[in-house]
Each structure stands twice: as C-alpha cells, then as structure tokens.
Design a protein around this ligand. Structure first.
Ligand SMILES: [Zn+2]
Length: 561
C-alpha cells in the first residue's frame, strides 16, 4: 500500500513538472477583454497572457487561465476594448516635450490673443532668456495674415522671441531676436528659404523654411537637463495616450544620448526609432550600422530628408502655381539645391543599408524624390528597402503607380487632413484636392500606409488621428460627412496602419504591431469600443491603461487618484 502511494506521488510530481515546463506561469493575465488583435489568424479574443516582455497566449478566458500561476497578476478588463499599442510613425519628440512647457498659441483665435499670451509669458521669462513655443495658426484669425514683429515688440524689449507656425515651416521673431540672429533689411534670402518683408522692405519677423535656421542658430541649445526634462514630459504624455512606439524624425544626437541614458536607467517607457537628418548621413555610414540597428527600446539606422516645405506656408513644391498665389509654386528645400546633392547623399545612405524617410508634400516635390528612389534602384538593384515618403500629401495622378512599383511606404498624418482641409482647396484648387491626403487611393494601389501625427505639428493623441482618418470631418465643422469622403479609411484599416503598418515602416512587424503570441506585450485598454461606435465619438475615447513590454506605463485610475 505504502509503495503504491509513493508511486502515485512520484507520478504526480512528474506530471506537475511536465506542465510547468511546457506552460510556465505568466507574469500577467488580462482577462474579460474585447481583444482586437490586428492579427488575421486570430482577430478577436478575450484574454492575453504575458511572460517577461512578451505575449505568450491569446484566446478565451479559459484557454489563457491555463497560464495562471501563484504569482501571476490578473487584470479584469471589464469587457473593454484591448488593442496593440499605437506606433506613431512620425514625431518630433523633444520639440513635443518642450512644447508642453512652452507658450501655447495654437488655439489663439485672434492676433490680439496671440500678442496677449506672449506678453504674459514674457513677463514671467527671465531677462535675456528666449521665449519659445508657438504652434500659431493664422488661418484661425480674420484676416488670415501671418503675425508680424510689431504685434509683440513693445511687450518684449528684453526677451528674444521665436514662435513657430504649427507646421514648423514658418517662425516669427521679434526685433531683438532678429538682431541677435543678424537679420537686417539687407540680408538676402537663403536657398530654400524666405525672409518676409513689409512694404518698406523691412523684415516682418516671419521667416520661412531654410530662413528659420538663421534664427535657430542664435538660440542656445537645450542644456542636458532641459533636454532630459522635455523627453521625460514626452514619455509620460505618450504613455497617457497609448502611444507605445514612436519614430523620431530628425532628432539631435544629444536626444539619442538622453534616450540611451533613460534606457540604462530602465526609464524609457516608449520605444524609439530615431532618424537623424540626411545632412549627417556620413556619421551613420562611417559607423557601419544599418536600418533598425539597436534593441527593442531604441533603434537608429534611418535618415530623414526634406524635399520641400509645407502647404500652409506656401512652400510645398508643385508642378503648377498655387491657385491663390499665381507665380508661386513653392520651393525645394536647401537639401535639394542642387538635386544632385540629395541624390548623392541618398546613394550613400542606400549603399550603407540605411533606411530613407523623405519629407515631401507638393506633387513636384514627391515626384522629384520618386525619381531619385527609382535611380537608386536602377543602380543598386532590387531589395527590401522600405523607402518612405513622409506626408505624401498632394499626389500627381501618375505617381500612385510609382509608389507601388518602388514599394514606397506612405507615412501619413490624417489629422493634417481635417486641419488643412479647412482651406486647402482654396490654395490648390479642386482637381489637386482630389489627390490630397488620398489614403484610399494609396490602399487601392496596394501602397502600405504608416500612420502618425507629426507631433508637435499635430496632437499626439491617436484617437484624434483615428477620428480624422475615419471621418475626414474638418475642424471647422463644415464637412460633417467628410472632406473628399471617398478617401476615408475604415476604423479597422486606420488601426492596422497605426500598429502593424507603422511597425512595418520600421522593419519591426515581426516584433510588434499586433497581439500575437511571441510579440512584445505593447497594449492599450480603451474607455470606449472604437470599432463599434459612431466614428464621430472616437475622439472622446480615453486610454485607461497602457502596457509596454508587459509593464504598466499608464493607469488612468492611478492618475486620477
Ligand atoms: Zn515632421
């Protein structure tokens, strides 16, 4: 009898060991959720198990329950929508973080309000320190004229001011800032830039595109502590919005150093792919790194180039003049003077295996970049490069097919469509507007989309981007059924582009972008079911919890307590 009992115990112990080996206990189980996995092999589920930083099981509550052990923490999602975290394919992370502390002018609806906010901020700014920030948008005023230095000079005699237009393609300087930058009535326009003058030939303080650099050079760089503070602000902002990965366009090297510092301290709570300016391409070439070099939290190996300016600043480069500015068809950026300079830099980047992401907005700017991409493919042969055009706003009809043939990713920002949609048709006319923010046409051509915001140009909140993609309802309320509604995305298409699509755009689609066993456990729990509500209500949905690599990085419940 005794012997028999021992036998059973040994057998039982073996059995326990065997299950323990094939099915170790999860660290975290999220159950009672409505999972939208963005994975066609298992689109919907109830529960997810996480071990370490990876998803290990996705299925019904019962299936995932098998992963529960004595030390597994369990979150009851209460029937709410659980999705992969958002991957913002185009942000200016440090600018965004700094902006959270700077003067905010985006919702100033008159020049008087604009001036009042600067006056108030100047009163609180230490003498000699720069007053920065902005995101002003003169299209919200009447008449829609860009501001001039006269508006703010009297209130800022001892405070240099540099406040940017929301699109980053124009900045307003006051007289002191112009003086510090050495800009006078005699200063010629730089290549790729415009110094705006008044009737008497004096600078108004407004500087467009490359002319902005003359001013920026005079601004002292962020100190290490200021930079770290801005990045910490940006990280917690991203976590609170369910943004678990960002692709950081034109960071300073010092930004990457701070990301690395935070990574070592275990404080980097958003995954970052950094694409420094192509003007610095030889640094990455010399080191010998290639695209997506690094680890799950921090990668480099891409370059960011600029083909042209922006639509709002009338510097995007078009084949035909602007409908409201005959004689002006925009400008190519300084990097395109001459075009062979861009061509040579891109050839070097491609030969080194670096990924190329190019800002191009006007139809002729986009076309010029596609010409260079085609030329590179001809000379270097076919391979999986994942070239990107950032913004890809105003397409020539002939170029959709070229996107397809060259496998170019359209890295787009739907919020710009509902913002610019207020006035874009006046600027470029009906015909060109039909191919503007043409998300549906891209998909119809088999072009891959990556979604983002261009934060701080637009808000980082993914709900506003999804709302914009699904409704195309312009911010002025004048197109409730959508501005060029045939270009709307379905909410599922928009989510896919914002998760797997963006992950593909950084060569990480096997690591993240869906709730799939084996992938990184980057997830977000939402207050509303964005797949099943009126798209108009998506903008009101909030993030309840955010996990990055299985770690809770934001908890609305904790935040409100
Ligand atoms: Zn940008």
């Amino acid at each position: 009898m005794k012997r028999y009992f021992l036998h059973v115990v040994v057998a039982l112990a073996f059995a326990l060991c065997a299950t323990a080996q094939t099915n170790p206990a999860a660290d975290l189980i999220i159950q009672n959720a409505r999972v939208w996995a963005v994975d066609p092999s298992q689109p919907e589920a109830q529960a997810v198990a996480i071990l370490g930083d990876r998803i290990v099981a996705v299925g019904s509550n019962q299936q995932v329950e098998l992963w529960r052990g004595a030390h597994t923490s369990v979150v009851d999602a209460g029937g709410r929508r659980l999705m992969p975290g958002f991957n913002d394919a185009h942000v200016h992370f440090v600018d965004g973080g700094s902006q959270l502390d700077n003067v905010e002018l985006n919702d100033a609806t008159s020049p008087q309000e604009f001036a009042r906010r600067i006056r108030e901020r100047a009163a609180k700014t230490a003498t000699g320190s720069w007053l920065l920030g902005g995101d002003w948008d003169e299209t919200k005023w009447s008449p829609a004229e860009p501001p001039t230095k006269e508006l703010i000079d009297a209130a800022t005699p001892n405070t240099p001011v540099a406040v940017n237009r929301y699109d980053g393609h124009m900045v307003l300087a006051n007289s002191l800032a112009l003086k510090l930058a050495g800009i006078t009535a005699q200063t010629p326009d730089p290549d790729g830039g415009v110094i705006v003058h008044d009737k008497n030939g004096n600078p108004t303080g407004a500087l467009k595109d490359a002319a902005q650099d003359m001013l920026f050079k005079a601004i002292p760089p962020l100190t290490h502590d200021q930079r770290r503070h801005a990045i910490e602000r940006a990280l917690s902002h991203a976590a609170s919005l369910g943004v678990t990965s960002v692709q950081n366009m034109n960071p300073d090297y010092a930004d990457i150093a701070v990301y690395n510092e935070l990574l070592n301290e275990g404080k980097l709570t958003t995954r970052i792919y950094a694409a420094p300016l192509i003007t610095q391409v030889d640094d990455q070439v010399r080191i010998g790194i290639r695209r997506a070099f690094g680890g799950p939290y921090l990668r480099i190996g891409a370059v960011k180039a600029y083909a042209d300016g922006s639509l709002g600043s009338a510097t995007a480069y078009f084949f035909e003049p602007f409908s409201d500015q005959p004689g002006n068809r925009g400008i190519l950026s300084d990097e395109m003077h001459p075009i062979s300079l861009m061509h040579d830099r891109m050839m070097r980047a491609d030969a080194a295996g670096l990924q190329i992401c190019t800002h191009a907005i006007g139809d002729a700017g986009i076309s010029a970049i596609l010409d260079i991409y085609a030329e590179i493919e001809k000379q270097h042969g076919n391979r999986d490069r994942r070239w990107r055009i950032e913004h890809a706003q105003h397409m020539a009809a002939k170029d959709f097919d070229r996107f397809t043939q060259l496998h170019v990713i359209a890295s787009v920002q739907p919020y710009h469509a509902i913002d610019d949609g207020r006035w874009a048709e006046r600027r470029i006319g009906r015909d060109r507007a039909t191919r503007t923010y043409a998300f549906r046409t891209f998909l119809d051509h088999g072009v891959r989309l990556a979604l983002g915001t261009d934060w701080n140009v637009a808000p980082l909140n993914p709900m506003l981007t999804l709302y914009a993609a699904a409704t195309r309802a312009t911010l002025d309320g004048k197109n409730p059924n959508g501005w060029f509604p045939e270009q709307k995305l379905t909410i599922k298409e928009a989510i896919e582009a914002y998760t797997v699509g963006s992950a593909y755009a950084e060569f990480q689609e096997n690591e993240k972008g869906s709730i799939t066993p084996g992938k990184l456990a980057d997830m977000v729990l939402l207050s509303g079911d964005i797949l099943n509500i009126d798209p108009i209500k998506i903008r009101d949905v909030k993030v309840l919890k955010t996990w990055v690599g299985g770690k809770l990085t934001y908890d609305a419940g904790a935040a409100s307590r």
